[in-house]
Ligand binder design. Structure first.
Ligand code: BEZ
Length: 250
């Protein structure tokens, strides 16, 4: 996939809802005071901070230096690290992840690293985009790119598995899966489709001439104005979450 450039400032403006909507995953984790917890793909640390406030000793890791700097500015222990190449060994009671795993296409490497990072009996609890996530947005990009003679899959690198496929992956790495569920979650975009695209759609446009980027964005917005914009003018994206909870076999 083309590299996604993260700006903590843009993210905070357009995507604060991502952490806000991640609170149910914290409830599923049920962190206990004093537990060692890894927040995998911690972003700017909004949920990492909640874990710390709940009494956990939490380390956040993220591939983006800008995000890690924002997390550190909250006073958190955050480190730049590729989730596909984690460097921990039996250190954590739990690994938590919200809205990050779909950015890591080598899912097998991720799960192997999590299994190694956990103490035996440790929990892996998370939520990510699942099969069909933002399908209308992806389809609009495919159409707009194809119409201009580009590979329709240019820039698409998200990993949106089915619940069954992800459960099988977890089991193959020595986890007992307690829950793996797809949850359709139509999601209000507070800064509209434009804000969402400015934050997340970079890979689809990478390498295209500037003028063509604007044309693609305009066509994507036009195509989506029917399925995703309400009569009142609000934008609702077709998110589908994959929520899971698993325990590392001793
Ligand atoms: C998600 O959280 O599902 C997501 C966010 C941005 C781009 C794609 C998916």
């Amino acid at each position: 996939m083309n590299k996604q450039d993260w700006s903590a400032t843009t993210y905070a403006q357009n995507a604060r809802f991502v952490a806000d909507l991640g609170v149910p995953v914290l409830d599923l984790l049920q962190p206990k005071k004093g537990e060692q917890i890894l927040d995998l793909g911690c972003g700017d640390g909004a949920l990492t901070e909640k874990l710390a406030d709940m009494g956990a000793n939490v380390i956040g890791v993220d591939g983006s230096a800008d995000m890690v700097a924002a997390a550190r500015a909250r006073g958190l222990d955050a480190r730049v690290m590729d989730g596909q190449n984690l460097g921990f060994d039996r250190e954590f009671d739990a690994v938590f992840s919200n809205a990050a795993l779909h950015w890591m296409p080598d899912a097998s490497a991720v799960v192997a690293g999590v299994a190694k990072a956990l103490k035996p009996g440790g929990r892996f609890v998370g939520e990510m985009g699942g099969q069909g996530n933002v399908a209308a947005i992806v389809t609009a990009f495919r159409a707009a790119l194809h119409a201009r003679g580009h590979n329709p899959d240019h820039g698409f690198g998200w990993f949106f598995p089915t619940a069954e496929a992800y459960a099988a992956l977890l089991a193959a790495h020595g986890f007992t899966v307690r829950q793996a569920t797809l949850i359709p979650r139509p999601t209000y975009l507070p800064t509209g489709l434009k804000g969402w695209l400015a934050t997340f759609a970079g890979p689809f446009l990478a390498g295209l001439p500037e003028g063509e980027q604007q044309d693609v964005l305009a066509e994507v917005e036009w195509l989506l104005s029917r399925p995703l914009r309400t009569a009142a003018g609000d934008w609702i994206a077709d998110y589908v979450r994959l929520r899971f909870a698993a325990t590392r076999d001793p």
